[in-house]
Design a protein. Sequence first.
Length: 312
Amino acid sequence: MQKTIELRDAEQAVTLFGSHDRYLRLLRQALGIHITARNGLIKLEGEEAQVNRAEEILQRLINIVDKYGVLGTKEVEETITATEKGLSASGGLPKGSEVVIKGVSVRPKTEGQAKYVEAILDNDLIFCIGPAGTGKTYLAVAVALSALRTGQLRKIVLARPAIEAGEKLGYLPGDIQAKVNPYLRPLYDALEDMMEVNQVRKYIENDIIEILPLAYMRGRTLNDAFVILDEAQNCTIRQMKTFLTRLGVKGRVVVTGDITQVDLPPGEPSGLIDVQARLKGVKGVAFIYLTIKDIVRHRLVQEIVEAYGAKD
């Protein structure tokens, strides 16, 4: 079987093929078909199933190039793996399936995590409550990146309350970015675990990924965005309301937190505790509760959480 794909221009071709055609070589090795590129045309020759798969992969990669202007080895590997595992062309993930990041699978490792991923895929607003080490933020970021790269949403917004300084960051040295970075570092860490550092930087520079303190969410309307609020137990009731009303058209919001680690001043109720009663039973809203059985960090973390929980 033979198929031809026409490219828009030379710039698109250079980005798609990679330096010295290394991305084309990856495709040839993965699919075992003959792929030639000349004069803005890509010719695919081989068995029908593999040619069709190569066409799907290339179309996905072309979409990434057109949307973001960059392409890396990881994106090519992820796309190849995604089509092998039967993810739809629209980027939808089968229920309970893994999220393909960095050419490998970021998959739920416990029954609770699997329910969490399903809830993210099936609802517009998801609350995940559980102890440290259960993958609340990590899995949300993985699904967000998958949705971004497959074109389901155009932007990722990651927010976190800077509660340790009571949202008053003036005494810290440096400009505002330097002041808030210590509080946002865990979100950068999650991204950099799944993307190359230069790609994270590029996405942030192009406003495709935005990382900001919760206090900066006021007045925003986030359309076509995957929004994650981390450490939400440290939101006040008013902050939670302000944040949740930022949800825009075709948006999705994941709120994560551990209600056993509230750092708000004494007498200030947590918005994450409060919202459970307010939104219980609302269609399109899901509450997922993870436990120490879902902890996937070092084996001692589970025992530590259990030990402190027994006393507090």
